[in-house]
Write a protein of this length. Structure first.
Length: 209
């Protein structure tokens, strides 16, 4: 079974409070999401393997460390996931960015893939799938399905807030995908919104209704 990590860092929790606040406007909301994404990226990359390299400092030779192992790929789920990408790229500018677009079928209410664009070297990368919300879990499950169908075999999921129902669905569908959160919320309401949540992340990021 996959693991669930909830980041309790004071800066993440402080900024998340203002992200949740309904009085936070679009500009500030966007900036806060960007900042929390950077802080979460710092935590999610804590276990990246290192290798030693020999370099020359201005004073003399030194043995130092660089990141080893698989290259990173970021895959935001369109559209709300886009709001977290720049914050992560500030820390990991060499990461490649793919995209997965999904829409909800009005009759079945199930997510349907309409756009997927990934780096060419899918099998060589560790992917972080990004979406502010893990609510019912449907979109995240389908996005990860899309990556696996194209050869991805090392995937993590990064969200701001999640409902327990969505976490359970994702763990059942993808027990090999660890989940990284800023908060685990109480539940879903009868409309499928996370409670207390933060509203519709896409609308709040892009100023739409």
């Amino acid at each position: 079974m996959s693991k669930v990590y909830v980041f309790d860092h004071p800066l993440i929790q402080h900024k998340l409070t203002y992200i949740r606040d309904k009085n936070t406007g679009t500009k500030e909301f966007r900036e806060l999401v960007d900042e929390v994404a950077s802080l979460m990226a710092f935590e999610i990359t804590r276990e990246l393997p290192l290798q030693e390299v020999d370099i020359e400092t201005p004073v003399g030779p030194a043995t130092s460390k660089t990141i080893a192992g698989k290259k990173l790929g970021l895959v935001p789920i369109l559209r709300a996931g886009l709001g977290m990408v720049d914050g992560i790229l500030k820390l990991i500018p060499a990461a490649k960015v793919g995209h997965v677009g999904l829409y909800r079928d009005p009759e079945t209410l199930q997510p349907v893939e309409y756009y997927v664009k990934l780096p060419n070297d899918v099998e060589e990368r560790e992917f972080i799938v990004i979406d502010p919300m893990l609510a019912t879990g449907g979109s995240a499950v389908e996005a990860i399905n899309s990556l696996k169908k194209r050869g991805a075999n090392n995937i993590k999921l990064m969200c701001l807030v999640a409902a327990p129902e969505g976490v359970e669905i994702l763990q059942e569908a993808h027990p090999d995908v660890d989940i990284y959160l800023a908060a685990m919320d109480e539940k879903l309401n009868d409309k499928g919104y996370i409670v207390p949540g933060l509203g519709d992340a896409g609308d709040r990021l892009f100023g739409t209704k």
